[in-house]
Write a protein that binds this ligand. Sequence first.
Ligand SMILES: NC(=O)c1ccc[n+]([C@@H]2O[C@H](COP(=O)([O-])OP(=O)(O)OC[C@H]3O[C@@H](n4cnc5c(N)ncnc54)[C@H](OP(=O)(O)O)[C@@H]3O)[C@@H](O)[C@H]2O)c1
Length: 264
Amino acid sequence: MSAPAGTTAVRTQSPSPSKFERAIVVGASSGMGAEIAKQVAAEGAVVALVGRRKPELEAVASAIRAAGGKAIVAAHDVTAYEDVPRVFEALSREMGGLDLLVYSSGAQYNPEESVYDFAQDREMIEVNVIGAIAWTQMAAAAFEAQRGGTIVGISSIAGERGRRTMPGYTTSKAAMSTWMEALRNRISRYGVNVVTIKPGFVDTAKTAHLAKKPMVISPATAATLILKAAHKGGSPSVFVPGQWGLVALIIRHIPSFLFRKLNL
Ligand SMILES: NC(=O)c1ccc[n+]([C@@H]2O[C@H](COP(=O)([O-])OP(=O)(O)OC[C@H]3O[C@@H](n4cnc5c(N)ncnc54)[C@H](OP(=O)(O)O)[C@@H]3O)[C@@H](O)[C@H]2O)c1
């Protein structure tokens, strides 16, 4: 049914996107982003791979093409915010449109006790928050206008609390999760899905330094679960794998005076 003249057609629920045809993956040169790019290409989508390391992006693109898929590459630093509209529009144009944007770029530093490093904290805010805002905002505007599309942002359970071992990272992921929630509340009425992913431990460069990684999964398994959530549509925050939801619930409810004693 069409909307009356002078009003905007507003959907109350986002549809479940059964198939993605054109996707941009920001942070596709390694880890979960690279695996998401490969798997969405295997589903039949043409995929634009974005990141700073061109050789790594080309290697992912070659693997996609060798498997019969389609991929294009754009070397880009997400902190070059003024370039984002140009890169976004050029890639969307080249693919003939867009129905999925995945933001997987992330910076993470875990400073030693008593170390305060502004440069590292700034980079985490710039990549994990401002870069995410710059990229997802472009997709939000395009998807609102076309009345459909899916935005996936990889945040973290780390953002559930301010942790003494990683103040800058936990702050950045809390901000990213809040941004994604606000975007969802703003545009789900236009049939746009906004999915926040909060993974537990995934075996990537980000966790290589850790001696203990409980319930760790491979980037390929994480990518499969992330794409499943993206296809489901209308999802709020999704914990990957699902049992991390219980861990997050417990973490959220530990009283402050106890939480500050934990080595988290
Ligand atoms: N691994 C885990 O256990 C885990 C858990 C929770 C959340 N996460 C989050 O998951 C996301 C993906 O991380 P990952 O584990 O898959 O690690 P990863 O392999 O290190 O991937 C990080 C990606 O971010 C990109 N990136 C970093 N800085 C960038 C910049 N300035 N401009 C453009 N791209 C940039 C990297 O590409 P270039 O270096 O080529 O630019 C790379 O593709 C991150 O946001 C991370 O915080 C990871």
